[in-house]
Design a protein around this ligand. Structure first.
Ligand code: ADP
Ligand code: AMP
Length: 215
């Protein structure tokens, strides 16, 4: 199963992609995570961090190349879930070409819809485990012990781009560059929309329902 999870920044893509990856035993490929994990001592790592910190997109050419390489790894042979890619029409077109060559067309595109007003609060309250990458929220999905990961005991950090100012840029980049992809995938006939304003477990149940309905 080749899945793509879409939605504005903070909509819950990463949270839900983790659950889909577990259930369907497919790798979760987040371009944001790949970029955050680039070595900051390299020129490339520093350049990427500058784009991310201001809320701008990394250039298409580099992003496409990174995803193309990732999709060719053997763990993607039975499918994958893409999170945060594609974010532009050029990336979507490139993805179609790559998946055609790999003979692994997208099975379904899942768009998690959340009203823009809610997204800033979600991002500003997001906390991530330094050790295992699990995502929490100070109010909506808190850890049992403050600042300690429930899953592995690691300590939590806040992303450099999870502040109200950068979020405004990220939301406007989303509106201009990424939202048009909704029509792109509607036209391809593989688009589903899920209400992301519900509790996390309810969103997960809705996603499972959509995918179970495809069989
Ligand atoms: P994205 O990957 O789309 O940027 P995340 O999955 O990291 O979003 O979620 C953003 C923040 O919102 C996180 O702190 C997460 O815990 C929280 N969150 C995710 N889904 C929900 C939900 N359905 N209701 C409330 N908060 C949520
Ligand atoms: P995310 O973790 O998905 O919220 O992404 C964080 C940041 O990484 C974005 O604001 C961009 O700067 C960069 N990024 C992630 N995915 C892409 C992509 N597909 N194209 C360009 N930039 C990206």
């Amino acid at each position: 199963m080749q899945l793509l999870i879409m939605g504005a920044p903070g909509a819950g893509k990463g949270t839900q992609a983790t659950k889909l990856a577990e259930k369907y035993k497919i790798p979760h490929i987040s371009t944001g995570d790949i970029f955050r994990n680039l070595d900051e001592r390299t020129e490339l790592g520093q350049q990427v961090r500058r784009f991310m910190k201001s809320g701008k997109l990394i250039p298409d050419e580099l992003t496409n190349q990174i995803v193309e390489e990732r999709l060719q790894k053997s763990d993607c042979a039975d499918g994958f879930i893409l999170d945060g890619y594609p974010r532009t029409t050029a990336q979507a077109i490139n993805l179609d070409v790559v998946l055609k060559i790999l003979r692994q067309p997208l099975t379904q595109v899942l768009n998690i819809h959340v009203e823009p007003e809610e997204l800033i609060e979600r991002a500003v309250g997001r906390r991530i485990c330094k050790n295992c990458g699990a995502t929490y929220h100070v109010k909506f999905n808190p850890t049992k012990v403050a600042d300690v990961c429930d899953a592995c005991g690691g300590s939590l950090y806040q992303r450099a781009d999870d502040n109200a100012d950068t979020m405004k840029n990220r939301l406007s980049v989303y509106e201009n560059s990424t939202r048009p992809l909704i029509d792109y995938y509607k036209q391809a006939g593989i688009y589903s929309e899920i209400d992301g304003r519900q509790p996390i477990d309810k969103v997960t149940a809705d996603l499972f329902n959509v995918l179970d309905g495809l069989k």
